[in-house]
Design a protein around this ligand. Sequence first.
Ligand code: SF4
Length: 310
Amino acid sequence: IEIYNMEKHYIKNKLYNTSVLRVVDGISLSISKGETFSLIGESGCGKSTLGRIIGKLLTPTTGKILFEGRDITKLVRKKDKKLQKDIQYVDKEASFKWIKRYTVFKMLEKVLETHEMRSNTNGHCLTSHLLNSMGLAHIAYHPIQGLTPGERQLVNIACAFILQPKLLILNDPLSGLDLSVQSQVLNTLSHLKKKRAITYLFISDNLNASYCISDQVAVMYKGRIVEKGTVSQIYEEPIHPYTQALMSTIPSIYKRERIVLKGAPPSLSSPSNGCPFYKRCPFAQEACKSRQPLLREIRSGQFVSCHLYT
Ligand code: SF4
């Protein structure tokens, strides 16, 4: 999937004091087939909004999305069955409102039926096979309402996976789960990926999880990508001052002193002509205030947006 100059703005009108919230502010990136690509950054940096735009659940203000070379920018998800199947979106909390009384098996069958896949792919076999490979066979005939949060999230992923999507967007899928359940979900995702070439877009502020599962990582700050590279480049040799501070919170990976940032995360409504990290950056210079740094390749495959490296 390729996205170009993606922007999502909201108009905030607080007692006529109108301001523009630049939630996604000019992002371009591409994710290769079969890759696990993570978007990380503090909450409110725009990563979930970007994920929803890529999943065609939200219309961008401007920008272009290509999926397998096809321009899907203007396609409406509800009207395009192929798109609904090819790109699946799993949200942070599994919500099975009207089907809590269904068993896990029946719910997966229902998903297949809704997408008219049951008759032509032998849905029954598909469902049993998936439940087995996800280690969920023992709860196949349990009603949804009796499942633990971890089991519900795995069933949520199964509902997306059974449609055999090409791209699976996982928005903070480990949120609210115990550590042991988090590793079970991550192991299941890795196991499923080995069986089928699927692309994951993993959105999370869980840095350890992103480290375990990713091939490529992009770090977002105030609606923009400040650094992008392979998982080892970002976690072991971060270049951008914000990425360095973020990674210093995981001492086991980034073996340097903890970097404590001053100030609060920026408001999305305060426009910045310069670097979005200017107010908190320990290395800020005068030029950073007025000139926006471009994302440039500093090392092979590692892109950074910072005037220190131009
Ligand atoms: Fe810091 Fe300037 Fe680099 Fe921004 S451009 S990260 S303010 S040094």
